[in-house]
Design a protein around this ligand. Structure first.
Ligand code: NAD
Length: 280
């Protein structure tokens, strides 16, 4: 029997409807998201377009600031400082990849933690160890949401996170620990990945390598969340999980595209509303 697909587009649509209600209840007060981009990146342009469309649907104004490719780190930090001080700006994000010469950590730390809608400031990342912060990292929160949507009992569930990046793998692992899942984090140093994935009730893959996880690495009925975004040889976007073989073994599976991605954008908008002070 094929896996039940976790339709991120549908889940994100439902979330946007809920966010729209919260935004309307917030009244006339401004909710503005500023997206900073240095230079022009075709991949980022697609993200920005999707974010803008989703923001408009929820009633959030999205201001896109394109800085020249030669922008120095000091100039970027000064723009961020201005946005930190602007009362009409609820939240901001800096699109990735950032050009060489700009340190993403320095940039992240310069953003006011209360406007850090990507949830990447050390304050928000640190709070995650205590509890889920008001502004959690969006992709990790999206992966968590998709797992919760399955209705699985997370307490005691064997969970394997493949990938230990700051932006995805580590925060997902900690968020799932809050549900009392038994979490193992695998990464580039892991000796025998299959030994871990095969015993997992939940597998979250966030690596950036197409086809890294395939069906025979999975426990029958497992919930598989594929965070990866890779360009296949034919130019099509694929995840880190081999969809065909995983679909034959897994109980739940996220497609790529149309799984984690749209829910991540919805989380960004939820964080923006929260940063503005709306109850959501
Ligand atoms: P990253 O490059 O920062 O980290 C990659 C991780 O994979 C590292 O922890 C590394 O140890 C691990 N890894 C590498 N090779 C491995 C192997 N052979 N076996 C096990 N682990 C291995 O990547 P990232 O920023 O976390 O992104 C991961 C993927 O998720 C990328 O494809 C990225 O495009 C995608 N992504 C998607 C979203 C979304 O919203 N859907 C958001 C962010 C990132």
């Amino acid at each position: 029997m094929p896996a039940q697909l976790l339709d991120g587009r549908q889940i994100a649509k439902r979330m946007r409807e809920r966010l729209r209600k919260a935004r309307d209840a917030f009244g006339d007060r401004a909710v503005r998201l500023v997206s900073l981009e240095i230079g022009q990146n075709p991949a980022a342009a697609v993200y920005v377009r999707n974010q803008k469309r989703a923001a408009a649907e929820v009633g959030i104004e999205m201001e896109v600031v394109n800085l020249p490719v030669a922008t120095s780190e000091a100039e970027l930090l000064s723009t961020i400082a201005e946005l930190n001080n602007r009362a009409d700006v609820s939240g901001m994000l800096v699109q990735r990849p950032m050009p060489p010469g700009i340190d993403p950590r320095t940039v992240q730390m310069a953003i006011d933690p209360q406007k850090d809608v990507e949830g990447m400031h050390p304050t928000n990342m640190g709070t995650i160890l205590y509890k889920e912060p008001l502004l959690p990292p969006c992709t990790a929160a999206a992966a968590q949401q998709l797992i919760v949507e399955t209705g699985m009992d997370l307490r005691g569930a064997e969970t394997v996170v493949v990938g230990h990046s700051e932006i995805v793998g580590k925060p997902i692992a900690v968020l799932l620990l809050h549900h009392l899942s038994t979490v193992t984090v695998c990464h580039i140093g892991t000796k025998n990945l299959i030994e871990h994935t095969r015993r997992a009730d939940i597998v979250v893959v966030a690596v950036g390598k197409a086809g890294l996880v395939h069906g025979d690495m999975l426990k029958p009925g497992a919930c598989v969340i594929d965070v990866g975004i890779n360009q296949g040889p034919d130019g099509k976007i694929v995840g880190d999980v081999d969809f065909k073989s995983a679909n034959a073994v897994a109980g739940f599976l996220t497609p790529v595209p149309g799984g984690v991605g749209p829910v991540t954008v919805a989380m960004l908008l939820r964080n923006t509303l929260r940063a503005a002070g709306a109850a959501i």
